[in-house]
Design a binder for this molecule. Structure first.
Ligand code: GLY
Ligand code: MN
Ligand code: MN
Length: 436
């Protein structure tokens, strides 16, 4: 769990990076209607959550570094007996001050009265402009209110600065408490993949494997899948974000499962590919071993100080060499890399930052140079080979085959830690588990 004190320390750190005489305004995510009276499950905006842990919609966090009457204000819904009977408990401002260690909290309905007063005299506003058009309009109307009173000595802010940049850099480096949650998300997700492997038999439906995976997430205390689970049998694995999950998996086919849970706001992201009948064919083994070698070589390169792209470069080198050795690519390896010939079979990059979001925040380059790995960063390593069912340029035995292997790697002081090592990935270990 992230303690109220850790959230408070995050707000302090953010305020220490803000310019003198500035204000930050951070909004909660809106609720979204799914159809008529049903809503999508509510998901708090991750950066709002990162700064205060407050999980309710219709909330606004305001940071005012140096303000003597209180630097951190929260606007939230009031307690409401009737609404709480229908929609669930609300914190209310009084409890929010105690539970979330903000300096002051007010009903969200009072924001029009209070916010212009605290904006006035602040020169710079840190805000995620353009993400929430309704709130953008509100903010501009408060600023215009101050402008209208300028001849009476009011001073409107003159500068807007992107808030996300500062928060994203903080979110990129995980604290010990965050890593503990990510380790747990990884453990649960690994168990879920093992469960799917064990239950797998020819003729099983993709949604049945999805159900096994998500059952393990939920009984283990995860709040939800961190993204829509991808379960693709046979050629469906060639669709990178295949989420239909309705088809039967035939004997002799591989299944590609890309699924990870969200645990206390932190995501895991694992992919495993295995033969539905528990035994790799010769062709499946050949492709699988290339992807596995690409992944191991890439992971080995993830150490503090190494540039971000070492992992991707390693996967490209191994996959290109492997495809050439199998005759799926033709030519000199160096040239096949140079011309990106491998992209026909490996069309995505080797990974992304991972954290509160599955595709997490943080820049990959600084001043156009790949940034270097630092302790506390978490990155996925997920090479794959996808041979289109329509690729008539390759022998028929290869067509429609898809393999991806994905794990979550945390950079440590001395190297890295695999957060998702609980699910097997060598062919031998997978076959052993599936036979048990
Ligand atoms: N699950 C989406 C991805 O691997 O990036
Ligand atoms: Mn994934
Ligand atoms: Mn991923």
């Amino acid at each position: 769990m992230i303690t109220a004190n850790e959230y408070k320390a995050r707000r302090r750190e953010l305020m220490s990076m803000m310019a003198a005489n500035s204000i930050a305004v951070i909004t909660a995510a809106p609720e979204k209607i799914r159809s008529r009276d049903t809503h999508y499950p509510y998901k708090q905006a991750t950066s709002f959550s990162y700064l205060c842990g407050f999980a309710e919609p219709e909330s606004v966090l305001v940071l005012l570094p140096g303000r003597e009457q209180g630097e951190c204000l929260l606007f939230c819904r009031e307690k409401d007996k009737l609404r709480e009977i229908w929609d669930g408990y609300r914190s209310g401002p009084e409890a929010a001050v105690v539970d979330y260690l903000v300096d002051d909290a007010f009903p969200i309905g009072d924001i029009d009265e209070i916010l212009p007063g605290v904006l006035e005299g602040r020169e710079r506003v840190y805000y995620a402009i353009g993400k929430d058009p309704d709130f953008d309009r509100h903010l501009m109307s408060w600023i215009n209110d101050i402008r209208d009173q300028k001849d009476r000595g009011s001073a409107p802010p003159g500068e807007f600065v992107d808030l996300d940049h500062l928060v994203n850099e903080m979110r990129l480096i995980k604290t010990a408490a965050e890593l503990k949650l990510m380790r747990k998300a990884g453990e649960i997700s690994a168990r879920a993949h093992c469960r799917a492997m064990r239950i797998s038999v020819p003729g099983i439906y993709e949604y049945q494997l999805q159900a096994e995976i998500e059952h393990e997430f939920m009984v283990s205390g995860a709040s939800a899948p961190a993204y829509t689970s991808i379960v693709g049998g046979g050629k469906n694995g060639c669709v990178l974000h295949y989420i239909e999950n309705r088809k039967r998996v035939n004997d002799g086919d591989l299944v590609l499962i890309d699924a990870g849970c969200e645990y206390n706001n932190y995501a895991a992201d694992i992919t495993r590919t295995f033969p539905v009948n528990g035994k790799f064919s010769a062709e499946q083994a050949a492709i699988y071993d290339i992807v596995l070698q690409a992944q191991s070589e890439a992971i080995a390169k993830i150490v503090p100080g190494a540039p971000y792209n070492v992992a991707n470069d390693a996967t490209v080198a191994v996959i290109t060499q492997g495809l050439r050795d199998l005759g799926l690519l033709d030519g000199e390896v160096a040239e096949l890399i140079e011309t990106e010939a491998y992209r026909e079979f490996y069309m995505h990059s080797s990974g992304h930052w991972l954290g509160m979001d599955v595709h997490d925040v943080g820049d990959y380059k600084i001043e156009n140079q790949w940034r270097v790995y630092e302790p506390g960063m978490v990155v996925t390593v997920e090479p794959g080979i996808y041979i289109s069912p329509d690729n008539t340029a390759v022998a028929e035995k290869w067509r429609g085959m898809a393999v991806r292997i994905e794990d979550d790697i945390a950079v440590t002081k001395t190297g890295h830690e695999d957060l998702t090592s609980g699910v097997p990935k060598t062919r031998g270990d997978i076959e052993l588990l599936m036979a048990s």
